[in-house]
Design a protein around this ligand. Structure first.
Ligand code: IMP
Ligand code: MG
Length: 174
């Protein structure tokens, strides 16, 4: 069986949209410093590109979580594999994610981060699959809403492959 990747969103489309979101964030956080929290590994490519497009002062931190449950269905119980280095107290925190799917992981994560006392807490995701939502999550900045297809690229993987693709694609097996 061979795998092919069909382009869903080209490199140009993704780059253009990230620039637009960066501009929007720069306007919304004018006069403030935005503290970007990246959820590894998927959010890393998006976070780096986004951070370059933000004109207000930016600080960065990273965390890695794994959700209990099967590969394809997250349970919503999140285990912290790598915690943030810095406290969030009184910071304007913007969580940067690759994709919101069922919403289980993020709703749990956001609640946990809110308990750390940030001044504000918002969510930015490159992709959103609204049809798949099980738990309500408020998304402040969305790159693209996409249909219910399994996508790779720009940080997103299929069996740890394809994260490095500079576009968003769909894996096709034949
Ligand atoms: P959920 O919102 O808790 O269901 O889980 C979201 C996580 O599942 C994301 O952070 C991704 O790691 C993974 N995920 C969901 N949909 C996709 C996809 O289409 N491609 C790759 N990973 C995905
Ligand atoms: Mg993720």
């Amino acid at each position: 069986m061979s795998e092919r990747v069909r382009v869903m969103l080209s490199e140009e489309e993704v780059d253009k949209r990230i620039k637009e979101i960066g501009d929007q964030i720069s306007r919304d956080y004018e006069g403030k410093q935005v503290h970007l929290v990246c959820v590894l590994k998927g959010g890393s490519f998006f976070m780096c590109e986004l951070a370059k497009r933000i004109s207000v002062p930016v600080s960065l931190d990273f965390m890695s979580v794994s959700s209990y449950g099967s590969e394809t269905k997250s349970s919503g119980i999140v285990r912290i594999v790598k915690d943030l280095d810095e406290p969030l107290k009184d910071k304007d925190v913007l969580v940067v994610e690759d994709i919101v799917d069922s919403g289980r992981t993020l709703s749990y994560l956001l609640e946990m981060l809110r308990d750390r006392g940030p001044k504000s807490l918002r969510l930015c995701t490159l992709l959103d699959k609204p049809e798949r939502r099980v738990v309500d999550v408020h998304v402040d900045y969305t790159g693209f809403q996409i249909p219910d297809e399994f996508v790779v690229g720009y940080g997103l993987d299929y069996n740890q492959k394809y994260r490095n693709l500079p576009y968003i694609g769909v894996v096709e097996l034949d």
